[in-house]
Ligand binder design. Structure first.
Ligand SMILES: C[S@@+](CC[C@H](N)C(=O)[O-])C[C@H]1O[C@@H](n2cnc3c(N)ncnc32)[C@H](O)[C@@H]1O
Length: 280
């Protein structure tokens, strides 16, 4: 039985990093005037009320979007992300936080398509509500890996897959690597963004090794840790693994990553780092 609900974590430091990278990808992909297909395999609820009981429980958003909201002189690389959050808010504090579906929606043009897959019944219902009437968006209640298998390659031949599971199940990493490898074999030119948590380093190294062994080319990783890895029980940071990252994304992140670390790391632990896991 799965118990993860993203509402408890919405807008935390890991969400900020994931969504900032996602928005850079979105911006890069709409530079070409060709139809785009986006698949969010683990979509969550789409939008979160930061005043809800779930969000209020640990107030994780205070250490994430709460810190960014009033930060001085945010870099240009954050503009699309911050615009996405501002679009839902009018007050001096963010009340609503956009999930990946809502952030991806802002990049959709008339001929683009977005498929949102979510297993949890109430989050899937909320998605249906949020995106009602938007003909570019389709909601699938079900398994994200099965949906990826069924829908790739898309007819557009251009696009992005965001894979952002909760890592609740022991076999999640193996399933993810196998599913992404199979997807890449069918659609090697697609853009893939995979979020992963950083608790203990050996687990992350193992995950990276599985990708190196998969045969997939052009894999770039960016990691933002706000704590040192001295506690394997807490979320010390998170990573975004990108396959076929758009040109210049590494340069944009080179300046954005350290800026985010500076704003989000309260006790000056952790660090930002990026590298090619598998070059071209
Ligand atoms: C980390 S959250 C997603 C957050 C969302 N991508 C965002 O950035 O706003 C992971 C979501 O995956 C859902 N989930 C868990 N197993 C799934 C599966 N096999 N297929 C699709 N969704 C799943 C959970 O219910 C949860 O809402």
């Amino acid at each position: 039985m799965l118990s993860y609900r993203h509402g408890f974590h919405a807008g935390n430091f890991a969400d900020v990093f994931k969504h900032a990278v996602l928005c850079l990808l979105g911006q890069a992909l709409i530079k070409k005037d060709k139809p785009l297909f986006c698949l969010d395999t683990h979509a969550g609820a789409g939008r979160y009320d930061l005043n809800s009981a779930m969000a209020a429980k640990n107030r994780e958003h205070a250490g994430g979007i709460g810190r960014l909201w009033n930060a001085e002189a945010p870099p240009a690389e954050l503009s699309a992300y911050l615009d996405g959050v501002r679009r839902l808010n009018h007050g001096s504090r963010p009340r609503f936080y956009p999930g990946s579906p809502e952030l991806l929606r802002q990049f959709l043009r008339e001929r683009d398509r977005l498929v949102l897959c979510e297993l949890h019944g109430s989050d899937a219902s909320q998605l249906k509500q949020e995106f009602r009437g938007d003909r570019r968006v389709r909601i699938e209640q079900g398994d994200g890996y099965q949906t990826m298998k069924a829908l790739l390659p898309p007819k557009e031949r251009r696009g992005l897959v965001l894979c952002d599971p909760a890592y609740e199940l022991k076999e999640e990493r193996t399933r993810l690597v196998d599913s992404i490898t199979a997807a890449w074999q069918r659609w090697p030119t697609g853009h893939y963004a995979i979020w992963y948590p950083i608790l203990a380093r050996p687990e992350v190294d193992w995950f990276h090794r599985q990708f190196v062994r998969s045969g997939i080319k052009k894999i770039f990783v960016a990691e933002l840790r706000i704590f040192d890895e001295d506690s394997p029980k807490r979320l010390n940071g998170s990573g975004m693994l990108r396959i076929n990252p758009p040109w210049q994304l590494d340069t944009q992140l080179e300046s954005l990553g350290p800026w985010l670390w500076n704003v989000l790391s309260t006790d000056r632990g952790g660090a930002y780092r990026q590298s090619w896991l598998v070059p071209e």
